[in-house]
Ligand binder design. Structure first.
Ligand code: UD1
Ligand code: CA
Length: 487
């Protein structure tokens, strides 16, 4: 397929209906901003030039574009309004002698694909048209520009909704335009030279007092050039986001498309209705996703992995054969055949070795846990390195913070650490060492040693009877004594 000479993405509009401090095109669905989706679709068509026209909250939008597509050129729209002016400002940053096909898209139409843009380019070029418009048949065309065709099917004119209303009042030739259901998607292919020359002629004599890009069509026709429509049936690809309701509707549809792609790649998704996968995540074959799971950001998941139910993963790396149940995990690595959860919390920088375990009610942060090592129950592991095949007893805390600074704990290989041990960092435990239950480890433990520092237990006999007389506690103690005397 042939690639266009340039793509211009229009993103200068205000988006007031979002009622947001954030510019509309920076709102996100499926883990990517709206303008990020537009750029990804444009980039996929491999244009020689790609530019984005900005104005509203210019620095925020331009800064974001520089992050997601550093090779895109920013064009600033001036105070003259309208899609025609926006496009003209885009043309101004492209080479003056540009020839070939220029695609114009919008920053707020996130489901449009690269394939559709390539199909448009191909049809435009093979039909020899000066302009080709992507159109769609909508049950309710309110608000859209209406596509008026002539008897041989060529596009005669695009009439904006407000202008079609005015024409209906006035009667005459275009009185019926308001009832046309074929709409202008706002996505076009133009011959570069025709576009540049026509934009210079477009004026602001219309219901909105703006320079309409759609007026280029009338000018091209006047000069005897052909204008075609490229009707597409996948209406979602032409839908724009104007408010938060459309944002969630399109976000939901995009998610279903992403899930569909992964299911066809061999991933089992038990409940697509409650599963969310961002566009940048990747999954391997024979992986199973259980209900209530969100796989976000740049998460990569291998093969034969089980995720969920009720799990959120963000920017995670999960290797083959691992299982992650009822977990919240971010910016961490879970290696081959390791298991996590239920009810685990992996904060950034956790790295669980192959075959290792992070169990129920365990929180980890900046912690490397070696191959085969286990942290099975009720534990906080922060700023630590644990070697291979070690076991951390239940209810332990890696005491990493002294109130001012964070410190590191190192534990060796094949250690058997007791339950309820506190590791007061910085501290090191050698290979093959262990600790008794309830040990507060403040000093390094040499290899092979057992650390214990709990005081010997002392029992004060009869304490309940003398200090808590008449309470259920004292009565239970008395009954137990009577019982044992009878035996
Ligand atoms: C436009 C089309 C209409 C089409 C509809 C599809 C024109 C005159 N009308 O109408 O036929 O049915 O899109 O959604 O083109 N923009 C700028 N600068 C501006 C104005 C707009 O960059 O000065 C950008 C916006 O950010 C947006 C896009 O252009 O991405 C469309 O603008 P919008 O105002 O929504 O156009 P519509 O009036 O909906
Ligand atoms: Ca619009």
């Amino acid at each position: 397929m042939s690639s266009p000479a340039a793509v211009i993405v229009l993103a200068a509009g205000e988006g007031t209906r979002m009622k947001s401090k954030t510019p509309k095109v920076l709102h996100r669905i499926a883990g990517r901003s709206l303008v990020g989706h537009a750029l990804a679709a444009a980039r996929g068509a491999e244009p020689a030039h790609l530019c984005v026209v900005v104005r509203h909250q210019r620095d925020l939008v331009a800064g974001h574009i520089a992050e997601v597509d550093p090779d895109a050129t920013i064009a600033d729209q001036d105070e003259v309004k309208g899609t025609g002016r926006a496009c003209e400002c885009g043309m101004d940053v492209l080479p003056a002698d540009l020839s070939g096909t220029v695609i114009v898209t919008m920053g707020d139409v996130p489901l449009l694909t690269s394939d559709t843009l390539l199909g448009l380019t191909q049809e435009h070029e093979s039909s020899g048209s000066a302009v080709t418009v992507i159109t769609a048949e909508l049950p309710d065309p309110t608000g859209y520009g209406r596509v008026l065709r002539d008897s041989d099917g060529a596009v005669k004119q695009i009439m904006e909704h407000k202008d079609a209303l005015a024409a209906q009042q006035a009667g005459g030739e275009n009185a019926d335009a308001i009832n046309v259901h074929e709409i202008n998607s706002g996505i076009y292919a133009f011959d570069a030279r025709v576009l540049r020359a026509a934009l210079a002629e477009v004026d602001t004599n219309n219901a909105q007092g703006e320079k309409y890009l759609t007026d280029v069509i009338g000018i091209a026709r006047r000069d005897g050039r052909r204008v075609s429509a490229h009707l597409i049936t996948d209406l979602w690809q032409t839908e724009g986001v104007n408010n938060r309701s459309q944002l969630s509707r399109l976000g939901g549809e995009l998610n279903q498309r992403v899930l569909q792609k992964w299911m066809l790649e061999g991933v089992t998704i038990v409940d697509p209705a409650t599963t969310w996968i961002d566009v940048n995540a990747t999954l391997g074959a024979d992986t199973t996703i259980l209900p209530g799971t969100q796989i976000l950001g740049a998460t990569t998941i291998g093969s034969e992995v089980t995720i969920g139910p009720d799990t959120t993963l963000k920017d995670m790396e999960i290797h083959d054969g691992a299982s992650v149940i009822r977990t919240h995990a971010e910016l961490s690595i879970i290696r081959e055949n390791a298991s996590v959860g239920p009810f685990s919390y992996l904060r950034p920088g956790s790295d669980l070795g192959a075959g290792g375990k992070i169990g129920g009610f365990v929180e980890t942060k900046n912690a490397t846990i070696g191959t085969g090592s286990k942290v099975p129950h009720l534990t906080y592991v922060g700023d630590a390195t644990i070697g291979e095949h070690s076991n951390i007893g239940a209810s332990s805390v890696f005491v990493n913070y002294d109130g001012v600074n964070k410190h590191h704990t190192t534990i060796g290989d094949h250690c058997r650490m007791g339950s309820d041990s506190m590791y007061v960092a910085p501290v090191t435990v050698g290979d093959g060492a262990g600790s008794g239950a309830g040990t507060v480890i403040r000093k390094n433990v040499p290899a092979g040693a057992l650390a214990i520092n709990v005081a010997p237990q002392r029992n004060i006999e009869g304490w309940a009877a003398s200090k808590r007389p008449g309470t259920p506690q004292a009565e239970a103690a008395a009954a137990a004594h009577a019982d044992s005397e009878q035996k």
